[in-house]
Design a protein. Structure first.
Length: 102
């Protein structure tokens, strides 16, 4: 759908439910209901899942001697690093530091 493509293309941007609803040309309430019905999660949970995937891809191709997990996480919009590490572990069953050192 167009809103999913918008999220994929703009995952590094400051996405909010309001910006996503504008991109989809629907109300925030309609957007939220559609995400719940179609994907079983909120729009922002979907955005977080996409961003976590981008972080993982970047960590996997990075040199651990030159890259810090903190910098990658913050570049993708994760400002609360302990929460980021917890969410990352929930999605990928390992800490981001383990991914970086693969």
């Amino acid at each position: 759908t167009p809103v999913l493509q918008y999220i994929e293309a703009n995952a590094e941007s400051d996405l909010t439910p309001e910006t996503l609803a504008r991109a989809a040309r629907v109300s925030v309430r309609t957007l939220h209901a559609a995400f719940q019905q179609q994907l079983g999660e909120s729009p922002m949970a979907y955005v977080r899942r996409i961003r976590l995937g981008r972080v993982r891809a970047e960590l996997l191709r990075s040199d651990p001697s030159k890259v810090r997990v903190t910098d990658v996480a913050m570049r993708w919009g994760f400002m609360h690093l302990s929460r980021f590490a917890e969410q990352y572990r929930e999605q990928f069953n390992e800490l981001p530091s383990v991914t970086l050192h693969r």
